[in-house]
Design a protein around this ligand. Structure first.
Ligand code: PLP
Length: 388
């Protein structure tokens, strides 16, 4: 994979060797179950607590407010179903507010909940895929039990005004969940400054490993566990804690936060270079998402009349790995619900491509991307009647 140019950092990231180093001892000599009373268990338990403390420092929360899960999808499921069930049990209503552009880990859960007694408002978004705090306020009702708005959109990179929305909801005492899966290492995760009550993360998105995520839950927020069968994690998520993965998550998050300013400073000019050059050289290309209020490193386009998936397959042939929208829906022939909600022209919907730079991306990668994509777009254009 040495010559392979990886431009899909929203889908996943390579594990940082420093994370592997932190993890390995917990796969070999430090194998204890943190619930065991003997010294092997105690060592594992101490590592777990140290990891909690590290993460709590980055999130500016208490270590007891963290629940480890299997990843972003489980964190989102737990947040939505857990809060909704707890609120409903207290007779507080069944109305939930979210947006039309959430990742499927939120969107599909809420659609399912809407079929099972909950009333869900999916807020429309602007042309860039964002909502405003005013829209959230206007949608609030006396029976609203939860609001869920993503921090940064995985398909188009746009950012939502989380701190502003959170401040309004805090005043009105409505629990606020944020899917922040795309944020670590790029945006602040300070849950106090952001005014969020629940926050989902997934370690493989920030140079950690797959199979581990976390949900921050503010102490006062009622949450009904969704996995039963053990007393771990204060009864909120049963199952033996995967200590090695948790240690790895803590190390990855600590590094992501420590290096965030440098990473952003390096990524911003690369991102803007990709956007400028692709818009200049490919006449079919329109940027999707906001030009500047977007994730550093994230670029995404909708190409008029061209097929994004076939372009990406051809790009792979020349050694460049990228995706259309969400990696989880690749291969589907349906247009992205995100682009549809943003009102993207129908003749651009199948031309979705996304190039997301990461820590190891270089100006040379950008040159190669622009060179190959321009040539491929020309070839594809020539193959389409009335377009060449
Ligand atoms: N939320 C967002 C915004 C994502 O981008 C993803 C993954 O792409 C998820 C949730 C789900 O995370 P995971 O696949 O790690 O469960």
């Amino acid at each position: 994979m040495t010559d392979f140019i990886y431009l899909d950092h929203s889908a996943t990231t390579p594990t940082d060797p420093r994370v592997v180093e932190a993890l390995l001892p917990f796969l070999t000599e430090l194998y204890g179950n943190p619930s065991s009373l003997h010294s092997a268990g105690k060592t594992a338990g101490a590592a777990l607590e140290a990891a909690r403390a590290t993460i709590a420092r980055v999130l500016n929360c208490s270590p007891t407010e963290l629940i480890f899960t299997s990843g972003g999808t489980e964190s989102d499921n737990l947040a939505l179903r857990g809060v909704a069930a707890a609120q409903q049990a207290r007779g507080r209503g069944a109305h939930i507010i979210s947006t039309a552009v959430e990742h499927h880990a939120v969107y599909d859960v809420l659609k399912d909940m809407a079929e099972h007694g909950f009333d869900v408002t999916f807020l429309p978004v602007d042309q860039y895929g964002r909502v405003t705090a005013q829209q959230v306020i206007d949608a609030l009702r006396a029976d609203t039990i939860l609001v869920s708005v993503m921090y940064a959109n995985n398909e188009v990179g746009s950012l939502n005004p989380i701190a502003e929305i959170g401040a309004e909801l805090r005043q009105r005492r409505v629990p606020f969940h944020v899917d922040a899966v795309q944020a670590p290492g790029l945006l602040s995760l300070d849950v106090q400054a952001l005014n969020v009550d629940l926050l989902s993360l997934s370690a493989h998105k920030f140079y950690g490993v797959k199979g581990i995520g976390l949900l921050y839950v503010r102490r006062a927020i009622p949450l009904q566990p969704q996995l039963l069968g053990g007393t771990q994690q204060a009864h909120r998520r049963a199952g033996t804690e995967p200590v090695a993965l948790i240690v790895a998550l803590a190390r990855a998050l600590e590094l992501a936060e420590a290096e965030r300013t440098d990473t952003v400073a390096r990524l911003l000019p690369l991102r803007d270079d990709v956007i400028r050059r692709i818009l200049e050289t490919i006449p079919e290309a329109a940027l999707t998402g906001h030009p500047t209020d977007r994730l550093p490193g994230h670029t995404s386009f909708a190409l008029r009349g061209l097929n994004g998936d076939s372009l990406l397959l051809d790009l792979n042939e020349v050694g460049i790995g990228a995706s259309g929208g969400s990696a989880c829906t690749t291969g589907q022939q349906e247009p992205s619900h995100v682009l549809v909600a943003m009102g993207v022209d129908p003749d651009r919907l199948m031309g979705q491509v996304r190039f997301v730079l990461g820590k190891h991306s270089t100006p040379e990668h950008v040159d190669k991307l622009v060179y190959h994509l321009t040539a491929l777009a020309q070839r594809h254009r020539a193959m389409i009647p009335n377009m060449g």
